[in-house]
Design a protein around this ligand. Sequence first.
Ligand SMILES: Nc1nc2c(ncn2[C@@H]2O[C@@H]3COP(=O)(O)O[C@H]4[C@@H](O)[C@H](n5cnc6c(=O)[nH]c(N)nc65)O[C@@H]4COP(=O)(O)O[C@H]3[C@H]2O)c(=O)[nH]1
Ligand SMILES: Nc1nc2c(ncn2[C@@H]2O[C@@H]3COP(=O)(O)O[C@H]4[C@@H](O)[C@H](n5cnc6c(=O)[nH]c(N)nc65)O[C@@H]4COP(=O)(O)O[C@H]3[C@H]2O)c(=O)[nH]1
Lengths: 249, 152
Amino acid sequence: DDPELAALWQRFSADGDPQARERLILQYAPLVKYVAGRVSVGLPSHVEVADLTSYGMFGLIDAVERYDPARGVRFESYAIQRIRGAIIDELRSLDWIPRSVRSKARQVEEALQDLEHRLGRSPGEEELAGELGMDLDEMRRTLSQVALTSVVALDEAVGGDDEARSPLVERLPDRSSPDPEARVDDAEMRRLLATTVDELGERERSVVVLYYFEGLTLAQIGEVLGVTESRVSQIHSKSVLALRGKIAG
Amino acid sequence: AAEVRAARDECRAEEAQLSYLRRLLQARLDLVRAEQRRRREGDGSTEALSERLATLLADAPPASRREARAVSVDPPATHMRRAEDRLASDATLARVPDLDEDALARLASELADREQEISRRRRALLDRLDRLQEELVARYRDGGTAAVDAIV
Ligand SMILES: Nc1nc2c(ncn2[C@@H]2O[C@@H]3COP(=O)(O)O[C@H]4[C@@H](O)[C@H](n5cnc6c(=O)[nH]c(N)nc65)O[C@@H]4COP(=O)(O)O[C@H]3[C@H]2O)c(=O)[nH]1
Ligand SMILES: Nc1nc2c(ncn2[C@@H]2O[C@@H]3COP(=O)(O)O[C@H]4[C@@H](O)[C@H](n5cnc6c(=O)[nH]c(N)nc65)O[C@@H]4COP(=O)(O)O[C@H]3[C@H]2O)c(=O)[nH]1
């Protein structure tokens, strides 16, 4: 790596030199642009994207202050995790999903879990509507309200609400990350998705695989399955809520 | 469809690397230009470095919003190995406070040239990626659920 950067890290970790700290923050600030742009994908339109870089800067500063070069982890990888975590934590505290929609989503999630336990398989939409005391259209309208195509939604599904680690995350083979506070990264999330996909219904399995593993847009998935994009979005929301229930369960 | 998928996966891996590089170059360019402005106009700003940086790093709303697709935030696997990517990852930014006007101007024009080149390559790559994805969509659609089951 670059000898000048190594010297800056040396100056900062040796005696907390404020000038070295400021230069390190400036040097790595571009990572915030990269991460904020990607976390913004798929967020509901009421979320102010321009604020994501402010939240991200806190994550970068936190990363510079906590980084220990002796651990052998590249700073970029460590910082990207912290920047992402800082943006997502802030979005969650600001209710990136409005409270009324969130409580409906929670009802759907609990109904999915109850039905799954009772039936021993992933429930269909009619069964789910019945459990919720709604007709099919009303249930689909509820699913349409919850936009879950972003990195934030998946992080929330995998990480759960509170800081307690969910049981499924602990079962990941290589959680040997050097940083105990590290969040689940993308590769791990996809592994988690892959393990639970088999328990979803056929239609849900196709949507999850075509979106997360084949990289198609919801409209393209609609073309493949012969349904409308809004139906794909509903099926996707149901799958992510089911995933959340399995991971938390 | 296997060979189309292989070509698509290769495209996606290269696009992830290029898009990462592009964003770092754009940010460096914007921070160097801001430093040039600051020196010309005098440093009236009392804001903390982190707030100034946050504003400089934010994107303008794009002309056309793209449809949501699954993105990975992890840095691409083949992280800046090539010598050509030094411009996006060496200690340039840490040195900006020490550089004189001429050095800053040279750096800004070098970064602008490189960003244009990378954005051009990325545009071509995104076009190719989208063509491959459209081809796969057609094959999956025509192949029915069997085609989808083959990958699921
Ligand atoms: N197959 C395919 N993939 C595409 C296409 N356009 C973008 N992508 C990929 O999808 C990611 C998300 O794009 P986005 O939702 O538009 O979200 C973008 C967008 O909101 C913003 N952004 C990126 N470049 C620009 C730009 O030149 N101008 C503006 N205003 N915003 C930009 O940053 C976010 C992240 O950008 P990236 O890290 O480059 O990550 C991009 C890129 O990897 C496309 O036409 N086809
Ligand atoms: N939703 C979405 N739209 C995208 C994406 N990539 C490109 N675009 C759109 O395509 C236009 C041209 O992008 P470009 O050829 O990469 O050419 C870009 C690129 O070379 C450069 N650029 C883009 N963003 C930045 C930035 O933040 N800083 C600097 N210095 N240059 C930038 O300026 C040119 C014009 O940028 P814009 O006016 O923003 O206009 C962008 C934007 O509207 C994407 O991933 N998602």
